[in-house]
Design a protein around this ligand. Sequence first.
Ligand SMILES: [Zn+2]
Ligand SMILES: [Zn+2]
Length: 451
Amino acid sequence: MRFRNLTRRREIGANSYLLECGRHRIVLDSGMHPKGVGFAGLPDFGPLPLNSADAIVLTHAHHDHIGSLPVLQRRQPDAPVYMTEPTGEVGSAMLHNSVNVMTHQREEDGVMEYPLFTHRELDELRPQWTYRDYARPFEPGETGIDCSFHDAGHIIGSAGVLLREGGQSLFYTGDVNFESQTIAQAADFPTEGIDVLIMETTRGDYTRPADYTRRAEKERLAAVIRETWDAGGAVLIPVFALGKTQEVLMMLHELYEHDLIPEMPVFIGGLSTKITVLYDHYSNRVRRHHPGFHLLEDIEMLVAPRKRRREINYQPRSIYALSSGMMTENTTSNQFAWKVIERPHDTICFVGYCDPESPGGKIRAAKPGEMVKLDPKLPAVPLKCRVETFDFSAHATREGLCTFAEKVRPKKLLLVHGDEPAQFWFENRFRDTLPGCEIIRPSLHEAVELW
Ligand SMILES: [Zn+2]
Ligand SMILES: [Zn+2]
């Protein structure tokens, strides 16, 4: 079994990995780079000849794992695509949205290769998709390889992948969380008999304060919301449509139920609503907290989202959980930011990762009163509102990843899905704690013999 990295750099980019086993080929994930423009945002499928893949296996529906799937499927038309059912249904909504975003970028920014795929093509590719449940082994394609999904606790439908072949085994974590979130339960991963571990390293460069608890962090969010309400202001929470929106909604509901925040209208919009419908649809069929709870119906404070995309009006003493999480230009959270950024009584609460170059990243880094660019094409505005940042990450801490890897004790450990400093941190740590384990930071297309 041989591994090749199809991700262009050592970073959280367009994740995709190729496994070659005799004449068989399996592709793990097919992401799109969150910042890459046009073809440069795709993985480099170079070592994968046309129509040579036996199967494609996807871990979850985030853009950096599923975003280039239609392009890959076009080149590999006979390969069945395996994923959990929520990943497929949510992924379909994400990919259709991606067509709209790319079409807009073609018109606005003149990216002529966009859209890289169309709504119609997406519908035509769907028959190749095959859903599999957690912990139910299956054979991907006709490969003689044994495969199973295991709940990764990251977002709805997220899975780690266990592959067994010729008495050897490999486990790919995908994106994982070993701690419970408000909706998602912690990952349920196997730890026995794994020879090769391919592990995400997203938070390898981050030390969480020793006294951190998710509960205390939620209470701090509640205090900020209360103070903003008392001052007569509004709260903007920029969120990713998939995962973070639903997590924040559930959190707000809990805070209200525990009398930690006053009753106030909560607004969401656009793609978030579509994805939330799917979270509600699967509320009884996935491993999660609050089973059966329907976010859209059961949260009384939630203002029924409008079907048609319309500008969201500002009203004080309200909460706006709007995508995107990084406040990228032309998204609802960016448009809404113009209404709050100059109001001293309003608050922007960041609850997830922001690229430093994104408008969200710039607001986080700015000092009060500093001029900030919300859109490169428009003039800068002074930052007058309050800005607070919270840690509600959907990724495992580096300590959590270490505990897992040190329990598994693989013979080979491949570090992926992280920036170089993050990977170096793990490499250093495992040199001491996993003696005899070969630690590999695979570069683009480098062939790594697994067994
Ligand atoms: Zn993810
Ligand atoms: Zn990811």
